[in-house]
Ligand binder design. Structure first.
Ligand SMILES: [Zn+2]
Length: 211
């Protein structure tokens, strides 16, 4: 099939409001005033079109994607019950939009999307999605398991709660253009006096009450 898609401009109150609030919060968190070439939202009606657009088979639980630093794609909220494993929930949709837009900010600051636990953890934490997950008893998976969003989100929350937002932003800026673990871990050590290890994060966990 020729990869051709038609785009229509669309007004959707829920999405517009979610976007405005998310952009305001994200600009504030990242201390940025993103005014030009701000991220666009592509609303796609069905999974078949999404899979064709992204050139991969997307899992049924997945409903949002960051395409570039200037675009996110979401499944049309009206079709979410038919086209995914989720139910229609306005709060979840707002958080989803904020999560994907947060990835755009990450890309615009770091110029890459590595490592997975850092980008996903940052989006989960900032989009306030951790209430869907149980606080881990101990960290043991997220550094290698790309799908372990749960631990990654709490790890970033601990980093920001313990050492502050400014240090976190400084660290993110320091990994601009560095897309290899080794280089990123060195910058992490420079900011936090330790490589990102389970031992480091478990120490933060035991010193903080996340419950
Ligand atoms: Zn994500």
């Amino acid at each position: 099939m020729i990869p051709t898609f038609s785009i229509h401009s669309k007004e959707n109150t829920l999405i517009n409001e979610a976007y405005e609030t998310a952009m305001q919060d994200l600009n504030e968190f990242f201390d940025i005033k993103w005014a030009k070439d701000t991220p666009k939202i592509f609303i796609v009606d069905d999974r078949k079109t999404i899979d064709s657009f992204l050139e991969k088979e997307t899992p049924a639980w997945s409903v949002g994607w960051t395409w570039t630093k200037n675009a996110i794609i979401i499944l049309n909220p009206d079709n979410i019950a038919q086209e995914s494993t989720h139910k229609y929930n306005e709060d979840d949709i707002k958080k989803l939009i904020k999560h994907e837009l947060c990835h755009c900010f990450y890309r615009s600051i770091c110029y890459h999307t590595k490592p997975n636990w850092l980008t996903e953890g940052t989006s989960l934490f900032i989009a306030d999605q951790l209430d869907k997950y149980k606080v881990p008893d101990a960290f043991s998976k997220f550094l290698t398991d790309e799908r372990n969003y749960n631990e990654a989100g709490f790890a970033i929350k601990l980093l920001v709660d313990t050492f502050g937002k400014n240090k976190f932003l400084e660290f993110l800026k320091s990994i601009k253009g560095i897309n290899q673990d080794e280089g990123i871990f060195e910058k992490f050590e420079y900011a936090y006096n330790s490589k990102p290890t389970y031992e480091f994060f478990n120490h933060l966990l035991s010193a903080n009450n996340l419950g």
